[in-house]
Write a protein that binds this ligand. Structure first.
Ligand SMILES: [Zn+2]
Length: 178
């Protein structure tokens, strides 16, 4: 995993850049939750499901099929609940939520440790990475995060996720002004 901070930064950057009119506290929170949600699969370890299993960490929850469906479903439910009382653009909300969820496995595939993601599950459960892995992998336990390792992860994510995310938001602002 990238850390929770990296995933949430990416989802917020998508919102502020591509869907600024849809950005609210609730939508930011939901997009951030979606960007982090695939890592709830670490619970699988508690049920004795091994890392390498398609049902284990970075398995089915880190696939395009699962993340697209997760974003789509959350967007549909959100739009349904907001019906008549929101100025949100329903299809933009759905797109933002899907992008946020899908960004999770893509960022994980840029990390330098653990197993790759089963991006093509259920068609192919092979764990894959991108050929370039600049992001320091985040430890699995919260306790391990408060260590030198955690600090390294935050620094690496600041460079490889935080700065590009900030750049994206600023670029979006410039484009809208122009
Ligand atoms: Zn992950």
């Amino acid at each position: 995993m990238a850390s929770i901070f990296g995933h949430i930064a990416a989802s917020a950057a998508f919102g502020y850049t591509c869907f600024p009119k849809e950005v609210r506290a609730t939508t930011l929170l939901l997009a951030g939750g979606l960007a982090f949600a695939p890592d709830l699969d670490v619970l699988a370890f508690h049920f004795g499901i091994p890392y390498g299993s398609q049902w284990g960490h970075r398995g089915w929850t880190h696939s395009l099929v699962f993340t697209i469906l997760l974003g789509l479903l959350t967007g549909l439910i959100f739009n349904y609940l907001q019906k008549n009382k929101s100025r949100h653009h329903p299809s933009k909300i759905i797109l933002w939520f899907i992008l946020s969820a899908v960004s999770h496995p893509l960022l994980d595939m840029l990390t330098n440790g653990g197993r790759g993601c089963a991006l093509w599950w259920p068609f192919d459960a092979t764990r894959i990475f991108f050929p370039w892995n600049p992001i320091a992998v985040s430890p699995l336990g919260a306790a391990a995060f408060f260590s030198e390792w955690g600090l390294k992860v935050l620094l690496s994510e600041f460079f490889w996720i935080g700065l590009p995310a900030l750049g994206l938001v600023m670029l979006g602002k410039l484009f809208r002004r122009a």
